[in-house]
Ligand binder design. Structure first.
Ligand code: RIB
Ligand code: CA
Length: 309
């Protein structure tokens, strides 16, 4: 029986890989794609999500608009320099088909999926956690219907948008604090510490390019992201952060996790958005299942296999 899945996303190049991965994996039943601001503004992330669901041929999957900004503090950065001004590496205009837009707010679509599901629903959060935090605030009675959150986010050893913070957390630290410390829902967190190690090389991208129409389209979307990573990191490799997290949602246990209580720095100082583990035996707070290791070649091979014909 496939696991019911909600994908909450800010597409985003690696989100594109993750969304297509999930929609092409029989182990999960994608019940909704909900969208927020993040890599670029929601004026781009929302149509991008509709384009990607259409690319998968899955017009049955509701796509709904959620948060256009964080819960508390307006945010500064986007990541258009990495994902392109359109969020899809400059290729968004080439994707002309759009999946239908569900007119309900994202949180109401999430709530409806939870009410209607006959078994616990996995929520994959691969952008800012704002929609999930609002869901928990508006519908606390539904928290028990969430099997777990699988969150791409956080960093235990240095960030990517600031020295301390990973991008998704930095977009809305208060929202991520809600999920990681007060959600009353199990959380698997997939941080940069692992996803940066899951950098896919040029031959992986070429495998996608030669692997049929979906793979070729994703390879095109990845092209500029690949160039940026080469410039930033000096190697021909792309970090498919969100796809690694979605593979865990699809194949539970594929990532090796360590239980650690996590606190999120929500002050306005230089460490804002830092995810701070507490390894003390008497640490307070619920353990977050932090993914710190995996068989990385096998993870990347599995992702590529699912995306190619
Ligand atoms: O830090 C990586 C995360 O931030 C990924 O989800 C990427 O899409 C961006 O949203
Ligand atoms: Ca993302």
């Amino acid at each position: 029986m496939p696991t019911p899945l909600i994908i909450d996303t800010d597409p985003g190049v690696d989100d594109a890989v993750a969304i297509l991965l999930a929609l092409r994996s029989p182990e999960v039943d994608v019940r909704a794609v909900t969208v927020a601001f993040g890599n670029v503004g929601i004026e781009h992330t929302l149509p991008n999500a509709r384009k990607l669901v259409a690319l998968a041929g899955r017009h049955d999957v509701p796509v709904a608009a959620g948060a256009a900004r964080p819960l508390v503090h307006p945010r500064a950065e986007q990541a258009g320099d990495v994902h392109g001004a359109d969020g899809l590496g400059g290729r968004a205009a080439e994707l002309t088909a759009l999946a239908p837009l569900d007119p309900r707010p994202a949180v109401e679509v999430m709530a409806a999926v939870l009410r209607e599901a006959s078994e616990p629903v996995t929520v994959a959060s691969i952008g800012p956690a704002t929609n999930s935090a609002v869901l928990l605030a508006a519908h606390p009675e539904l928290a028990g219907r969430i099997g777990r959150f699988v969150v791409m986010g956080g960093a235990l050893s240095g960030g990517n948008i600031t020295g301390a913070a990973e991008f998704n957390v930095h977009c809305d630290p208060e929202a991520m604090q809600r999920l990681l410390t007060q959600a009353d829902v199990p959380v698997t967190m997939v941080p940069l510490d692992l996803t940066l190690r899951c950098a896919a090389g040029g031959e992986w991208v070429e495998r996608l390019a030669a692997g049929g129409p979906v793979g070729a389209t994703l390879a095109g979307i990845i092209a500029s992201y690949r160039a940026v990573y080469s410039k930033y990191f000096g190697r021909d490799a792309v970090a498919v952060h969100d796809a690694v997290a979605l593979l865990e949602a699809i194949h539970p246990g594929v990532l090796r996790t360590t239980p650690l209580p996590i606190q999120v720095a929500c002050d306005l100082g230089p460490a804002r958005g830092a995810t701070v583990p507490n390894r003390r035996a008497d640490a307070a707070g619920p353990p977050v299942h932090v993914a710190l290791d995996a068989d990385i070649p096998a993870v990347l091979d599995d992702i590529a296999t699912r995306l190619t014909d």
